[in-house]
Design a protein around this ligand. Structure first.
Ligand code: G3P
Ligand code: MG
Length: 238
């Protein structure tokens, strides 16, 4: 199996502010081995770890990421919205997050999240950053809802790829072959036995997001799902 049976979602989003260094550290403290993080671009073209297209929900700022630079972003508090304990937490750069993950010995599912930024640039910066710091390929799986991002990434890297879908498209096998995918990532609440069977029959690993109840994880496992993304992995027992 590539990833673990439970992967920390956005770090460990139930216990620390999502997609922050605090969330990465907290996941490690909790004994989680694989985490998922989202990478996107801000206006000055630098890569950051962030989920939304706007900063409103998870920082004390307002507006689109396109309006942000490294310097404006460094003024934002990305922890206080979650709890006072995390006040002052910053939005991490991709590089800082990767270096921390390496230092903690964690493995990473990095989700390319274009958020209407330039997809080519996102892939280029991400692939270059991974290469420059020599992030270990056996501890990495790159995924995206954006197929073009995966095609571009495959052109630059041999790392494992997961095709990520809200629901499985009819031509999923063509797309998976095109990027030499190892895994398919699907919405756990929409998965049917038939879809699970066809993914497994194709020889792919199958991972489902976002699962925060043990009963749902058990149902998915019974369908052949290899692992689930959870905001709080401790709630999901094997
Ligand atoms: O990669 C699994 C999951 O993170 C996909 O959805 O919106 O949480 O990035 P989202
Ligand atoms: Mg994600």
């Amino acid at each position: 199996m590539i990833m673990d049976s439970v992967i920390g979602h956005r770090g460990i989003a139930a216990l620390a502010p999502e997609n922050t260094l605090a969330s990465i550290r907290k996941a490690a403290e909790q004994g989680v081995k694989w985490i998922e993080l989202d990478v996107t671009l801000i206006g000055d073209g630098s890569a950051i770890i962030f989920h939304d297209a706007r900063v409103n929900r998870t920082t004390d700022g307002r507006g689109h990421l396109k309006k942000q630079s490294q310097s404006t972003l460094s003024e934002l508090d990305a922890g206080g919205w979650f709890s006072p304990e995390f006040k002052g937490e910053k939005v991490p750069t991709l590089q800082d997050a990767l270096l921390l993950i390496m230092a903690l010995g964690l493995s990473l599912n990095l989700e390319l999240k274009p958020n209407r930024c330039n997809v080519t640039r996102l892939v280029e910066v991400t692939a270059n950053t991974l290469m420059n710091i020599a992030f270990p390929e056996d501890r990495l799986l790159v995924s995206s809802f954006n197929h073009k991002a995966l095609v571009l990434f495959r052109g630059r890297s041999k790392a494992r790829i997961g095709c990520l879908y809200k629901s499985l498209p009819l031509n999923w096998q063509y797309k998976a072959r095109q990027v030499q995918a190892s895994a398919i990532h699907l919405n756990g609440s929409r998965l049917t036995e038939k879809k699970a069977e066809s993914v497994k029959a194709g020889g792919y690993e199958l991972y489902c997001y976002t699962v925060n109840k043990c009963e749902q994880a058990e149902r998915l496992k019974a369908m052949g799902v290899d692992g689930v993304f959870s905001d709080n992995p401790a709630l999901i027992t094997d």
